[in-house]
Write a protein of this length. Structure first.
Ligand code: ADP
Length: 259
């Protein structure tokens, strides 16, 4: 709490009284702390792949280059880590762009088109892992109020996670159905699930249930915070149900076009 004493001056500079003004600065402090935590997280996340890249490059520069298989293996790591770095920067830019946007104009958008687009992007990845990508969308699904590009991103992030965190031969299903003034978009998988104690935190930036696994899968820890941001900006809601070892369902509620 910050206090400020202000005099009340009326008639010929005579002080007639005093007003004590209190300002609550706890919220300000909290935001400052969050901000500095974020900056330190970002720095750490950027540094990790860079350190690894530098380590491998330095070793390559110092060693005898006589074994092509070792060189290839090192270059593979450098390649993977640079891709991670790019993804991280893309995600950070997306987040900061989204934060700058308030009161965006939502227009009637067909989810069928969004789903089609996402399937065409992620089908190869699913196939590579032997995962069935299923779609169940009724005919005449109402349009939702949204921004197509952002809804694409929501679905890409959710389906991509479904594929990442589901073992081979599993399933990832996308479905949608109207419910009152809403359309519910669901992404369900038969994957590893999320422990109950972690569920409330998975939308936080950089939060991962299993850091090593996320890293190995090429995750940045930002996917779900981007999803949450977009859904909020659409006046919608997101819920998650999960059982360890069984699978996870993400439900996104979006406003349907007015009838
Ligand atoms: P990441 O890049 O690590 O996947 P996200 O923000 O997309 O970051 O997700 C945060 C964490 O939530 C993941 O690291 C993972 O532990 C968990 N998670 C997200 N989606 C799923 C899912 N479909 N199944 C199991 N765990 C998931």
């Amino acid at each position: 709490l910050r206090a400020h004493l202000a005099p009340i001056i009326r008639n010929y500079d005579q002080i007639r009284g005093m007003v004590l003004i209190f300002t609550d600065i706890t919220e300000l402090r909290r935001l400052e702390r969050l901000r500095s935590e974020f900056v330190s997280n970002v720095s750490h996340e950027l540094k990790t792949p860079l350190t690894s890249i530098r380590g491998y490059v330095e070793t390559l520069l110092e060693m005898e280059l006589d074994d092509p298989s070792v060189i290839k293996c090192f270059l593979g790591v450098i390649n993977r880590e640079s891709q991670r770095l790019s993804r991280l920067i893309d995600d950070l830019l997306d987040l900061s762009r989204l934060e700058g946007k308030r009161h965006q104009k939502l227009t009637p958008t067909r989810l069928e088109k969004v789903v089609e687009n996402v399937i065409s992007i992620l089908a190869p990845e699913a196939e590579k892992k032997g995962i069935d990508l299923l779609v169940d969308i009724p005919e005449n699904l109402p349009r939702v109020m949204g921004i197509e590009e952002q809804l694409n991103q929501v679905l890409i992030n959710l389906v991509d996670n479904g594929i990442k965190y589901t073992p081979a031969n599993g399933k990832v299903s996308i479905s949608a159905e109207p419910e009152g003034d809403w359309v519910i978009l669901k992404v369900a998988d038969t994957g590893i699930g999320i422990p109950e104690e972690d569920i409330d935190r998975i939308f936080e930036r950089f939060y991962r249930v299993d850091k090593a696994r996320s890293r190995q899968m090429g995750g940045t820890g930002l996917g779900l915070s981007i999803v949450k941001h977009i859904v909020k900006g659409h006046g919608g809601e997101i819920e998650v149900e999960s059982e360890v070892g069984k699978g996870t369902i993400f439900k996104v509620k979006l406003k349907r076009e007015k009838r």
